[in-house]
Design a binder for this molecule. Structure first.
Ligand code: CA
Length: 224
C-alpha cells in the first residue's frame, strides 16, 4: 500500500511516515499544498493523508482540485481543532474522512485500512467462479449466454459465497451479514434461500453447485 502524507509540520510528517513504514506501507511526504497536489495527481496512491492548514494551497483547495481532475484517491483530512465547520467543508470538497489533531496513530491506521478497503470494493464490478459471474451493479447471475436476476437476499448470499471461495461459509455468518445480528432469522431461513439459489443455478445450467458441508456451512464447488 502506498500513502501520500501532505503535512507541513516536518516532525509530525516524519512520525506518521515512520509508523506507516512499520506497517510495510510505502510513503511519500509533501510539505506544502502545491507539492501535495502534484504528488496526488501524478502518483498512484492508495490513500492520501492531507492536513488542512498548509502553506500554498490549503487542504480544502488540494482535495477540490484533485476531485475536479477526476482523481478519486481516498483522502483523510487532518484538522487542527475539533471544528465542525472544517469537517463539513472538507467532506463537501470531496474528502472521505477526517481526523482531529492530536490523534492516536492506531486510529489513523485503522481509518486508512477502512478507506483502502472501500476503494477496493468500488472497483470490483463483478465476481466470478468457474462458469459463473455475478454482476454487482445489476444483481444478475450469468452462465454462458444465460442470466437470471437475483432477489436482494439471494444476491447478498451469492456475493458472500463468491467472495469466500476458499473457505466454508457458516450459516451464522450468513445470518449475521444478510439478515443482521439483531434479526430473529434462523437456520431454516438460510436453507430456504440456498434452495432458491440452487434452483437458479440449475436453470442456468452452471457447473457450480452450492455444497452443504454438514454442521459447518456452505461452499461453492465445481461439479465435473
Ligand atoms: Ca499544518
Amino acid at each position: 500500500m502506498k500513502i501520500l502524507i501532505v503535512e507541513d509540520e516536518v516532525r509530525l510528517a516524519e512520525a506518521l511516515s515512520q509508523i506507516m513504514r512499520e506497517q510495510k506501507y510505502q510513503t511519500d511526504i509533501a510539505h506544502n499544498g502545491n507539492d501535495g497536489l502534484d504528488y496526488a495527481l501524478y502518483g498512484d496512491y492508495d490513500v492520501i493523508v492531507l492536513d488542512v492548514m498548509l502553506p500554498g494551497k490549503d487542504g480544502f483547495e488540494v482535495v477540490k482540485s484533485l476531485r475536479a481532475a477526476k482523481k478519486q484517491t481516498p483522502v483523510i483530512m487532518l484538522t487542527a481543532r475539533d471544528d465542525i465547520s472544517d469537517k463539513i467543508k472538507g467532506l463537501d470538497k470531496g474528502a472521505d474522512d477526517y481526523m482531529t489533531k492530536p490523534f492516536v496513530p492506531e486510529e489513523l491506521l485503522a481509518r486508512i485500512r477502512a478507506l483502502s478497503r472501500r476503494q477496493g470494493e468500488v472497483m470490483v464490478e463483478e465476481l466470478s467462479f468457474d462458469d459463473l459471474t455475478l454482476s454487482l451493479s445489476t444483481n444478475d447471475l450469468c452462465c454462458g449466454a444465460k442470466s437470471i436476476h437475483l432477489a436482494f437476499k439471494e444476491f447478498e448470499i451469492m456475493k458472500i459465497l463468491l467472495s469466500n471461495q476458499k473457505t466454508i461459509v457458516s450459516k451464522e455468518m450468513l445470518i449475521s451479514k444478510v439478515w443482521g445480528d439483531d434479526s430473529d432469522a434462523e437456520d431454516n431461513n438460510v436453507e430456504a434461500y440456498i434452495s432458491f439459489l440452487r434452483k437458479k443455478l440449475h436453470f442456468l445450467g452452471s457447473r457450480v453447485a452450492v455444497t452443504t458441508i454438514r454442521k459447518v456451512g456452505y461452499r461453492l464447488e465445481v461439479q465435473e
